[in-house]
Design a protein around this ligand. Structure first.
Ligand code: SAH
Length: 353
């Protein structure tokens, strides 16, 4: 048995079956054996690929949306330019390159990266060499300045709890250890005050997911934005008002069993954007498909401009990347964008009603 499996087994044998949230947190972020703490999972050699790794256009357009939101709010200085879970630092590098010519933007920006993984912090440091960057584990430590923030494929990595409806109560789906193997078990029925709003739209046997960590984070971001100004662009796969089991494991670009390859596969769950929107005291935009958002920001024009300098294979992969980011049968509809912004301000470009 691998070390992480032994840790989890011993914990379950000592305290009983554990919530999916505790399992996710341990598998992803155990300081010695966690998935993110021990590797760079991105790219062809890793387990998954993300939009900024597919094309520079993604980060460039996000950067222009944030910079325009900053101009619309009177170009406040200084301000915090933050990213949650920046991976290899590619998205922030593209944001910074695309905003170089926005007068005053770079001078006013203090760049903060919220990152739990040491290997990824080093990757970010080399990608962003030449920029002054600070790292933190917690958003609460960011300065009290206007906050312009992006988070791509970050919220899906936050731990979720799963509950199955049982009469007017709920049974938590937990992970136990029986007959020498890990297995899903159901806790005894209990009332769950945080699910009282889901009694009207669910039936016996339905599974709902809750992400208290995601809600708390959205509340804190929205509070900062409402108090000091700013905007947040949250991009992820998921939907509004989610229902059903979306816990999934990805190992070397293929779906795998979440109870296997512990610490060696990526674990995620779809993001319920309604929870983020409700938790934030700021205004929020309509949930917008990624393809629509990028088209509104001019991705096709940008793609044509870049294509002029390409031919043969690079041109083919550039065309494929454009399609992959925007087409409804690829990432265009599955991925969605939610913006948070001050009640007194305009929504960030690309997310207008
Ligand atoms: N945004 C990047 C990477 C997405 S992978 C991209 O689009 O390419 C998820 C990122 O979130 C990784 O950088 C991972 O280390 C980080 N992460 C996951 N859970 C975290 C947590 N609880 N706190 C801080 N960073 C976390």
């Amino acid at each position: 048995m691998k070390e992480l499996e032994t840790i989890l087994r011993d914990r379950i044998l000592a305290q009983g079956p554990i919530p999916v949230a505790d399992f996710m947190a341990e598998c992803l972020l155990n300081p010695r054996f966690g998935y993110y703490t021990t590797r760079d999972p991105l790219g062809a050699a890793g387990d998954f690929t993300t939009a900024p790794e597919i094309s520079q256009m993604f980060g460039e357009l996000l950067g222009l949306s944030l910079a325009q939101a900053w101009l619309d709010q009177g170009a406040p200085a200084p301000f915090t330019l933050a990213e949650l879970g920046p991976g290899r630092g590619t998205l922030m590098a593209d944001i910074l390159r695309a905003t170089r010519t926005v007068p005053g933007f770079h001078d006013a920006a203090n760049i903060w990266l919220v990152e739990a993984s040491e290997p990824l912090r080093s990757a970010q440091e080399s990608t962003l060499a030449g920029h002054r960057v600070e790292w933190t584990d917690r958003i609460a430590t960011l300065p009290d300045h206007p906050l312009f923030l992006v988070a791509n494929e970050f919220f899906d990595a936050l731990p979720i709890h799963q509950f199955i409806r049982h009469g007017d109560g709920w049974r938590e789906r937990r992970i136990g250890f029986e007959d020498g193997q890990f297995t899903f078990v159901l806790a005894p029925p209990a009332p769950e005050p945080m699910l009282s709003h889901r009694l009207s739209d669910t039936r016996d046997g339905d599974l709902v997911e809750v992400a208290p960590a995601a809600a708390a984070l959205s509340k804190s971001i929205g509070h900062g934005i409402e108090a000091h100004g700013g905007a947040a662009l949250v991009i992820d796969y998921g939907d509004w008002h989610s229902l059903g089991d979306t816990l999934q494991a990805l190992h070397r670009h293929k779906p795998s069993n979440p109870l296997e390859n512990m610490g060696d596969s990526d674990l995620t769950a779809h993001v319920d954007f309604e929870v983020l929107a409700r938790a934030s005291p700021s205004a929020h935009t309509r949930l917008t498909p990624q393809g629509v958002f990028l088209e509104r920001l001019g991705i096709t024009q940008r793609a044509k401009a870049l294509a002029e300098h390409l031919d043969a294979k690079p041109l083919q992969s550039h065309i494929a990347a454009h399609r992959r980011l925007t087409h409804p049968s690829e990432m265009g509809t599955l991925f969605k964008v939610l913006g948070l912004y001050p009640k007194s301000a305009k929504p960030p470009p690309g997310l207008e009603p």
